[in-house]
Design a protein around this ligand. Structure first.
Ligand code: CU
Length: 227
């Protein structure tokens, strides 16, 4: 008789639950961005739409992506976080934004047939990996909290951002603007929504011992000042 029948599994799960009760909740919600509107109008007006500034490129709010949500307080980083990678492919860094927990090592493979360079002049993490193709895969460990901007010295559009965060309770927002942060110890936290081109936003959130709490963010400035 197969010992892994349903009664056995049920008994096993019951025992497990009794020994290790679940004390973790889920934070879920959405992050969207809203373009500022001119006072009393929706499409902008006055000097905002004057000829002089007509062709100044504006942020396309509908196409913004790479939002990140994270708990700000230190809640205990894991002792040995798994390594991550940012790939150089078609002369871009992929992904463009990578949130990691402090202490994470990032590998930097070059999958193109041309030389790239990986460097950062960010105060907390100053490094330069030189020029290379596929002959090596350099690594950099990120031990200090904060945002690290990384560039290639050859190609204009090669830029990526690493957010070095104090705990593993963070999430990238998906294409449908939703996020989920699981297994969060119950408590009250400051939850931050981040985007590289918009002012961030912090909301207080209380995570239950079981179940989920829902919280939504709208980033961006509400209304332009009067002209
Ligand atoms: Cu490059």
């Amino acid at each position: 008789m197969n010992p892994f029948n349903s009664r056995f599994v049920a008994l096993f799960l019951f025992t497990l639950t009794a020994l290790f009760p679940v004390h973790a909740g889920t934070i879920t919600g959405t992050v969207t961005a809203r373009a500022p509107t001119a006072p009393g109008e929706s499409g902008g007006g006055g000097s905002y739409s004057s000829r002089r500034y007509k062709f100044v490129e504006k942020i396309d709010y509908d196409s913004l992506h790479d939002f990140v949500v994270n708990i700000e307080q230190l809640v205990s980083p894991p002792p040995d976080p798994a390594a991550k990678k940012i790939v150089q492919r078609d002369a871009t860094f992929e992904p463009h934004v990578l949130p990691v927990v402090v202490g994470t090592t990032i590998r930097w493979p070059n999958e193109d047939d041309i030389f790239h360079n990986v460097f950062s002049m960010t105060d907390t993490q100053d490094f330069n990996l030189g020029f290379y193709k596929s002959e090596k895969v350099p690594e950099v460990r990120f031990d200090k909290l904060g945002r690290v901007d990384v560039f290639c010295a050859i190609h204009t559009n090669m830029h990526c951002i690493i957010l070095v965060l104090p705990n593993p309770y963070f999430a990238l927002v998906d294409a449908r603007h939703r996020f989920v942060i699981r297994d969060v110890p119950p408590g009250t936290y400051r939850l931050r929504a981040w985007h590289e081109r918009l002012p961030g936003q912090v909301k207080e959130v209380t995570v239950p011992a079981e179940g989920e709490v829902k919280i939504d963010f709208v980033l961006g400035m509400a209304e332009l000042p009067k002209t």
